[in-house]
Design a protein around this ligand. Sequence first.
Ligand SMILES: *[C@@H]1O[C@H](CO)[C@@H](O)[C@H](O)[C@H]1NC(C)=O
Length: 361
Amino acid sequence: MFKLQWLVATLACLTFCIGDNVSYDSNAIIINRERRIIFSGSIHYPRSTEAMWPDLIQKAKDGRLDAIETYIFWDRHELQRQKYDFSGCLDFIKFFQLIQDAGLYVVMRIGPYVCAEWNYGGFPVWLHNMPGIQLRTNNQVYKNEMQTFTTKIVNMCKQANLFASQGGPIILAQIENEYGNVMTPAYGDAGKAYINWCAQMAESLNIGVPWIMCQESDAPQPIINTCNRFYCDNFTPNNRKSPKMFTENWVGWFKKWGDKDPYKTAEDVAFLWQDFFNLAASSTIITWERFCFLSNTDEKNDATIDLQGDGKYFVPAWSVSILDGCNKEVYNTAKVNSQTSLFVKKKNEKENAQLSWAWAP
Ligand SMILES: *[C@@H]1O[C@H](CO)[C@@H](O)[C@H](O)[C@H]1NC(C)=O
């Protein structure tokens, strides 16, 4: 009996003792039985040289992030079909190892269609030119290439033991990207078949950590649908068993040449965050010491809220207050002080000023 128990314990251990058990419930991502709030930030590895990575990662850590998120950039890795390049700033395995060395997690958004303010969303040109191909839909030519590339990336991570289930830093992986935004209008039923196929293909790769999709309100289970928006406080995932997460909190927007600066204040970002937690906490069971959130979602009018017996609280328009013990204001999002830097466009005032231009390859 003792031996049998020991054997069962050992077998369970072989699967999970070397790595982290990443799962989830409706409240949160759970890492080794602990519910976690994961704060992640983006560093896209090919946008810097590899010599810059350690410093960038350290800055992310100093900024108190738990995880670093990146896409995988298909066009750079497979410039010509089946001729792969993972050297220099494309060595994402090394990038992930450095993140692990720094004690942070990785959120790997494979795509491999990634948008990402990147040429053609990361699709290689040869893919576009394949006979009979239709991109991002239920098309066999495309699906074969997508599966080949996705499998290759996953296998590289497995060989380097990079999934959390293997003791590595990757706690979440993403398949496709914001497909729900285009699925129905552009692809109809074929789009629906494709996203189901994406989910099955991803699940069959057996990575041992959860898969996510973003902006996919009908995400096939068990894939977690996540939010990308300016305001994700009111977001709810499509499955009651999925936690509420956002993969992109837009703190800015593209600036068009000559246009005004799109500008979002730190107070506004703080508001959205606290409202996110406020709504998450009231819709799920989060046991903290006794805290109250007072949320004023009126954009113009301040409010005074009377907590009977616990005093009156002034809550400025579009802000959230946090009360410690439900009777002492410790934080209000309208009172965040932050420095803001804005570009200012100026005329060159020197007379006959000449710009000198040069081209670099
Ligand atoms: C992983 O954690 C979840 C949630 O805590 C638990 O239900 C599951 O049994 C665990 N898996 C293993 C193999 O320990």
